[in-house]
Design a protein around this ligand. Structure first.
Ligand SMILES: [Ca+2]
Length: 151
């Protein structure tokens, strides 16, 4: 950094300096929630973080009480953030926890982790395809994951 650049930085208007200080000391509040619809109580698990369908919009999955996993495609509209659901498949009651951390296998596509009631942790790698959003599961951890009560 040369002398000229440093001087420009020091000559920042007084008003701007005050604004920065005020931001650091201000109390932030959480905005009020926006109701996006009802009927979500039918689901025993919601998971999703990012785009599952390859359109650049965040999607989520929802498991119903019968163990069917549904895909809700993101719309990009905060007032109606999800399109109608499409069925991914059944048998998801074999898991006591569904979790999305984003891309866990480093291929650039969002994945889903599922913990069996016996403790094994499986990864469903994302495909980026709405018609078949996940590949077949791969076990990534042995049964010791059962000991955790928070995932
Ligand atoms: Ca991935």
């Amino acid at each position: 950094m040369g002398q000229g650049r440093r001087r420009r930085h020091l000559r920042r208007p007084r008003q701007q300096r005050h604004r920065r200080r005020g931001r650091a000391n201000s109390v932030r509040t959480i905005a009020e929630g926006y109701k996006v619809g009802g009927g979500w109580g039918q689901y025993t698990e919601l998971a999703g973080q990012g785009d599952l369908t390859g359109d650049g919009r965040a999607d989520i999955t929802a498991r119903d009480k019968a163990g069917v996993l549904w895909l809700y495609k993101g719309t990009g509209d905060y007032k109606a953030p999800f399109a109608g659901r499409t069925k991914i498949g059944g048998g998801w009651n074999a898991y006591d926890r569904l979790l999305s951390l984003g891309d866990s296998d480093a291929d650039g596509k969002v994945d889903l982790l599922a913990r069996k009631t016996t403790g094994e942790l499986l990864r469903y790698s994302g495909t980026g395809n709405a018609a078949r959003p996940f590949t077949a599961p791969v076990q990534i951890k042995e049964s010791h994951m059962k000991e955790y009560n928070l995932l």
